[in-house]
Write a protein that binds this ligand. Structure first.
Ligand SMILES: C[S@@+](CC[C@H](N)C(=O)[O-])C[C@H]1O[C@@H](n2cnc3c(N)ncnc32)[C@H](O)[C@@H]1O
Ligand code: SF4
Length: 355
């Protein structure tokens, strides 16, 4: 038997207390970490944590920035699902432990993608040597002038150069545009301009949260019209990705089969994804404050099974009797951005009623 299989068998057939190396507290490891003099805010990854209490003990000592990938591995094994890790945030590659986390996720065979900013080519080569990511996503906000107004001078050009680097390195690329009232007319011209340069182009509607609160979304009528135009263009340009749940309204109107929507199951908040912050705080969706617990404190399984996660999985009560619901559910983050209670107030851009 391969050593890996041997240990997998031990882990799946014995309770943690019955293995010979079990200790109720990882005292010596905690002491050694304390002796390094790292501040309590230091990022610590427990690679190979398994059933060890080390992260619980570190949390008890006041350390706050802990990462446990094995919890996800165990969760996926228990629930017979495959796991994927998307590394995102302000600029995830700037995190001092980015490479270590990337490597740890790759070693555990998780699907792996990066939602980041243009980076030096050498940095991407280093990651590709560890493992080819499923894709690297960058953002553009519209045509060069508007994009650089939002993201700073030179950003558009830097991004297109980076897309060329990704192509040369064989990394699948994705451009994401956050759709607003201001840039809605630029989506299709931008997609045309990126043809041949990017593997997948997507847009997602602005959630008027955080800095996004200063921007606006188009009206429901304008948005519905836009989706029709987008679908028509997507028929001619295979790089145009279909993501927004509300597209399923149009599909239904046309008698076409539905597609999986935002996550494959319509809104997948707290269902097939959660957003995890460095301190273990977990949210149902990364686009709006939707806390469901703390993974470092309670473990992923307890967070996933929490009452809060259950509510977000149920989605908006206003969608319950809608025939499109299994592949839709609107966007909870958009509803939140409009000041609605997302579990009761339906996505304000939903145009199902026109059907
Ligand atoms: C959080 S960023 C992380 C990667 C990188 N720093 C960037 O700016 O693209 C990833 C994506 O989040 C989305 N995003 C950020 N703020 C948003 C908002 N208020 N509403 C909708 N989407 C948002 C954008 O689509 C962006 O492309
Ligand atoms: S009512 Fe809800 S589920 Fe139905 S189309 Fe509108 S947003 Fe989607």
């Amino acid at each position: 038997m391969l050593p890996k299989h041997h240990w997998e068998l031990v882990y799946t057939t014995k309770t943690p207390q019955r293995v010979s190396w079990y200790q109720a507290r990882a005292d010596q490891s905690v002491r050694l970490i304390q002796q390094t003099g790292l501040p309590l805010s230091a990022s610590i990854i427990d690679v190979g944590g398994g059933a060890s209490t080390l992260v619980d003990d570190l949390l008890h000592e006041g350390y706050r920035n802990l990462t446990v990938l094995d919890d996800l591995q165990r969760f996926c094994r228990d629930r017979r699902v495959s796991g994927a890790v998307s590394l995102s945030g302000g600029n995830p590659l700037l995190h001092p432990d980015f490479t270590a986390i990337y490597r740890a996720a790759a070693e555990r065979d998780f699907g792996l993608c990066i939602l980041g900013n243009p980076a030096p080519r050498g940095r991407i080569e280093e990651l590709v040597d560890i493992r080819m990511p499923a894709f690297f996503q960058v953002s553009l906000e519209g045509l060069p002038e508007h994009n650089d107004w939002v993201r700073g001078a030179g950003h558009f050009e830097r991004t297109t150069k980076f897309l060329r680097d990704l192509r040369e390195l064989g990394v699948s690329s994705m451009v994401m545009l956050t759709l607003t009232e201001q840039n809605i007319g630029q989506v299709l011209p931008l997609a045309g301009r990126l043809r041949g340069l990017v593997d997948d182009f997507h847009f997602n509607r602005l959630a008027m949260v955080g800095e996004g609160a200063n921007l606006r979304l188009p009206s429901r009528e304008r948005y519905a019209r836009f989706l029709e135009e987008y679908l028509e263009a997507a028929g001619r340009n295979p790089a145009l990705g279909i993501k927004d749940n509300l597209i399923n309204i149009i599909r239904r109107e046309r008698g076409e089969p539905p597609f999986g929507g935002c996550t494959g199951f319509g809104c997948g908040a707290a269902f097939n994804f959660i957003a995890l912050l460095p301190d273990g705080e977990a949210h149902a969706c990364r686009k709006f404050p939707s806390p469901i617990g703390n993974v470092v404190r309670d473990g992923l399984a307890a967070v996933y099974d929490s009452a809060a996660a259950h509510s977000y999985r149920g989605g908006c009560s206003g969608c319950r009797s809608c025939p499109v619901r299994p592949v839709c559910g609107g966007c909870l983050a958009v509803a939140h951005g409009f000041g609605l209670e997302p579990l009761t107030g339906r996505d304000p851009l939903c145009f199902f009623d026109r059907a």
